[in-house]
Design a protein around this ligand. Structure first.
Ligand code: ATP
Ligand code: MG
Length: 637
């Protein structure tokens, strides 16, 4: 079946059983500051599961756009995606187990109304109970499953697997229904029952696994069982029975409103209908994969390249949906996740041998596949196209240089925290790209060292922006960062035109303009201002690479790096150099740099970024601020 068939069959199945179809909530939750993305169908419905009345009634169904950043590292296996759709149906204090389990079993196995899966391939799990918490084993679910399997002529034996510490070792034992402890079959927002605060609802759940018959891999444990990660079983869906509430004294009472919360992975279910454990065979992922095959001449089936195909297909699809919900690439929060997804996709395209701009073409295949269901994607085709194109152009400017820098580092046999920091700050390599590159060569990365240096760097930039030093950055938005780079170019231009007595005396940079205070003892002539403006625009047009190099302060002084009067620097400083055009990280050619300054950053990686969107640098004002100090304000417009 196609993804759209599975989705519409599911919605129709539950609509027929009295459920209102509700739209997917946006990928970025509007009213939940605790999480960057919506990661399940249940998440936007929490207030209603806790008792608030839902305007559409007590039986709801939908397909929710979900992003799980926690699964990014899993991408490349056969069953995880960063973005996926979660099919969900809910009872808000209405029906319960004896309706939910028969319905979901019917949906999975019926060939008329459902997916027509072979019941012989289905295995289920239930909660084993907890004597200490006085919560019984879920005998009701066990009885329901026995009955449902019996109707298909299957004698479903129940096996207690219990906890990881003791039970899992007993393995399958011819079982069909497996009872696990709270770690596997209990759901709350806070994890295990013991971690739940008073007043928190939760309850046992019952999962369904599909048996792909893959031989067990003992690397994952002596015996196989449904929750084993060897790949034989794939979890396709989960029914949560929210029937308990934690009391002040730590005990559990029955909830006044018993809820059902069901979640099923749309792409996993679709792949299962194709008889495959590879969810990348779902049609909506295949369109991208086929396009990559055409672009590269390589085959998805080739084990050497399969992981890269999967990462590109997954990340491009996720990025397309995220941009479609109005997130822009940036250096913080959801925008930064988006940027990382895009960069990792580009790095894998590069690995597959694609050197030119292709991300937007792949994004267009995603839009083609989904616009009928998600009209916003079709409507925003141009926006998605231009964001993907701009981000790819930007990252490609530093990718190959960064790869060369990485090769140089790799020869040392270890990636130090500082190396990873330079790769991130000068070449835009998110840490996971560095880790992945290192992993491919069995090298270690000092991630803690990286984080420490990154945190220090950010704290330093923040201090600068909090005004402890004169001026600084109002924030780290893309436009502010561009203004910051224009600040360096302007200072260098003024020194070239007015002489080396010109030094920075203060700065203030916002999203609207750059302001530079500098030492000079008279008003500038209109000709001098025009010349400075022209020189900055020339340096933008020359597309000069920008490098950040860490060095001892004495070395920075020796190479003549500019620094702000009166500011105290540590013994180790970072120097930003802009140009010459053929400078590289290995050989930044400081003596030929147009601009050279002590600075905590951040900056663009190439001056041409200042011209993005056809912008030009323009001086708007020149005035005196104090004796011997002039001030220039300028904009990019
Ligand atoms: P797994 O252990 O396989 O990662 P999970 O326990 O995290 O799954 P749930 O939180 O119960 O999954 O989510 C409900 C359903 O959503 C799962 O049964 C599965 O079908 C689907 N699902 C979960 N994570 C992903 C993912 N990263 N990609 C695709 N489908 C997923
Ligand atoms: Mg998971």
């Amino acid at each position: 079946m196609k993804v759209s068939d599975v989705r519409s069959k599911y919605l129709a199945f539950f609509e027929k059983r009295g459920h209102a179809i509700i739209p997917s909530a946006p990928i970025v939750p509007g009213n939940d500051s605790t999480t960057l993305f919506t990661s399940s169908g249940m998440q936007p419905l929490v207030p209603y599961l806790l008792g608030q009345e839902h305007p559409s009634g007590r039986r709801l169904v939908n397909s929710q756009k979900s992003v799980r950043t926690g699964d990014i590292e899993e991408i490349g296996d056969n069953r995880h995606l960063t973005f996926f759709e979660m099919l969900g149906n809910w009872s808000l204090g209405d029906y319960f187990k004896k309706e939910q389990l028969p319905w979901i079993f019917e949906f999975l196995t019926s060939s008329e109304e459902g997916l027509g899966l072979d019941p012989q391939k289905l295995y289920t799990t239930v909660f084993i109970g907890d004597a200490e918490l006085n919560i019984p084993k879920d005998e009701e679910a066990i009885a329901l499953w026995k009955d449902l399997f019996a109707q298909k002529g299957i004698d479903a034996k129940e096996v207690d697997l219990g906890s990881e510490e003791n039970g899992y070792k007993v393995g399958m034992q011819g079982g069909r229904i497996f009872a696990y402890d709270a770690k596997k079959n209990w759901w709350t927002r806070s994890g295990l029952p013991s971690a739940m605060p008073a007043g928190e609802p939760g309850g046992p759940d019952s999962e369904i696994f599909y048996d792909f018959g893959t031989p067990h891999n003992p690397a994952y444990g002596e015996h196989c069982h449904p929750n084993c990660d060897c790949g034989r079983f794939v979890e396709i869906c989960n029914s949560v029975f929210m029937e308990y509430v934690k009391q002040e004294d730590g005990s559990f009472a029955l909830l006044s409103q018993k809820n059902v919360d069901f979640g099923g992975g749309l792409e996993r279910l679709t792949a299962t209908t194709l008889g495959s454990d590879d969810l990348f065979l779902a049609d909506t992922l295949q369109t991208t994969i086929i396009e990559i095959e055409q672009l590269t001449g390589k085959s998805y089936a080739d084990p050497e390249f399969q992981k890269s195909f999967r990462i590109v297909a997954d990340h491009v699809r996720a990025a397309t949906f995220i941009i479609g919900d109005d997130v822009h690439p940036s250096n913080t929060e959801a925008g930064y996740i988006l940027r990382r997804l895009i960069r990792r996709a580009i790095r894998h395209l590069d690995k597959l041998g694609v050197e030119s701009n292709t991300l937007a073409a792949l994004g267009n295949r995603v839009i083609d596949a989904y616009q009928e269901t998600y009209a916003n994607l079709g409507e925003k085709r141009e926006q998605i196209d231009s964001v993907l194109t701009a981000e790819e152009q930007k990252f490609r400017r530093t990718l190959s240089q960064g790869m060369r820098e990485f090769e140089k580092i790799a020869r040392k046999g270890k990636v130090e925290g500082h190396d990873a920091f330079i790769l991130a700050s000068s070449y835009g390599f998110p840490i996971e790209i560095t880790e992945e590159l290192a992993g491919e060569r069995s090298l270690e990365v000092d991630v803690n060292g990286f984080r420490k240096e990154m945190d220090e760097h950010q704290a330093k930039s923040r201090t600068a922006s909090e005004g402890r030093f004169k001026g600084g950055l109002a924030d780290h938005s893309e436009i502010t960062v561009r203004y910051h780079t224009s600040h360096h170019l302007l200072l260098a231009a003024l020194r070239q035109i007015l002489g080396n007595d010109v030094h920075q005396r203060g700065s203030n940079i916002t999203q609207e303009r750059v302001r530079l205070d500098f030492s000079f003892d008279r008003k500038l002539t209109p000709e001098e201002l025009a010349e400075a403006e022209k020189l900055v625009n020339e340096k933008i047009a020359e597309a000069l690479p920008v490098f950040c190099t860490s060095m001892p302060k004495t070395d920075a002084e020796k190479i003549g790096a500019e620094h702000e009067f009166g500011v105290k620097y540590g013994d180790q400083v970072t120097v930003y150099s802009m140009g010459p055009k053929d400078a590289t990280a290995e050989d930044p050619k400081f003596s030929e740099s147009f601009s050279l300054e002590f600075c905590g950053g951040p900056h663009v990686s190439n001056t041409s970024e200042l011209a993005d969107g056809g912008k030009r640098f323009k001086i708007t004002k020149e005035e005196s601020v104090a004796a011997g100090i002039r001030r220039i304000k300028a904009v990019l417009e």
